[in-house]
Design a protein around this ligand. Structure first.
Ligand SMILES: NC(=O)c1ccc[n+]([C@@H]2O[C@H](COP(=O)([O-])OP(=O)(O)OC[C@H]3O[C@@H](n4cnc5c(N)ncnc54)[C@H](OP(=O)(O)O)[C@@H]3O)[C@@H](O)[C@H]2O)c1
Length: 220
């Protein structure tokens, strides 16, 4: 495996970016945080949380890495991709944990109609990349080494490229997940983003934010 393949660009240094960065670092990946400001307090906090990581511009992080993670809010997703540069991500695995959420009202809503999804948008903007929707259906706290008292959660993934999904399955295994459930091509992101919305609704109605989904009676 080349150095680039074992290097991951974490685009976004918030809670998801920092959590996944820690997971990748524990698997032996070199982590490069892509950030709008390498000197910000937020970037420093992310670097402190992930020993060995460094910070760079979105473009530099993307070009130096074999994998990129789009850990940015819906409002900044398109801008982050253009700043990273589609050419810098061409031929690479791009993991999309984002959810297109609109926080304007009392309860968050999906920001786009069910005839499209953030996952599909990302794949359209990055036609030369292998985009895999993953991690969007759980809270950041459970993205790595998920532990729930009453059962084993499942990760559901979607993407057009079987090889890219197999790589994500390997990463998930390293993060302590059982084999992910592949729900199909990137268009199935519509289902996964709606499932995330269901997760949010459960959270709002119960004021409880640590739940996760599990599929029982799976084919073995
Ligand atoms: N939080 C969760 O538990 C969770 C679970 C599942 C999925 N997700 C999804 O994961 C994604 C990241 O969530 P998060 O909770 O980590 O968000 P967050 O804590 O708000 O972090 C967002 C990061 O994106 C950067 N950012 C914000 N606007 C940007 C823009 N216009 N261009 C480039 N970068 C921008 C921020 O950088 P600055 O420091 O410069 O502001 C920050 O580093 C979201 O799409 C969210 O829906 C979150």
């Amino acid at each position: 495996m080349s150095n680039t393949e074992k290097t991951v660009a974490i685009l976004g240094n918030g809670v998801v970016g920092t959590t996944l960065a820690k997971g990748f670092a524990a698997l032996g990946y070199q982590v490069i945080f892509g950030t709008r400001d390498v000197r910000s307090a937020k970037t420093r906090a992310a670097l402190d949380a992930v020993p060995g990581a460094r910070a760079a511009s979105f473009a530099e992080a993307s070009s130096a890495s074999g994998i990129a993670v789009l850990a940015v809010p819906w409002s900044g997703l398109e801008a982050a991709i253009f700043t990273a540069g589609p050419d810098n991500l061409a031929g690479k695995l791009v993991i999309d944990p984002s959810n297109p959420l609109d926080f304007a009202g009392e309860v968050p809503q999906l920001a786009i109609p069910a005839t499209d999804s953030a996952g599909e948008l990302v794949q359209r903007l990055l036609p030369e990349s292998q985009v895999v929707k993953a991690f969007n259906i759980v809270t950041a706290a459970h993205m790595v080494q998920p532990r729930l008292a009453d059962g084993t959660p499942d990760m559901l993934i979607a993407g057009n490229d079987a090889g890219a999904k197999a790589r994500v399955a390997q990463i998930l295994k390293g993060f302590g997940w059982r084999a992910p459930i592949d729900v199909g091509p990137i268009g199935a992101s519509r289902l996964l983003e709606s499932l995330a919305m269901l997760w949010v609704i459960y959270g709002v109605r119960n004021d409880h934010w640590t739940h996760a989904f599990s599929v029982l009676g799976q084919k073995r």
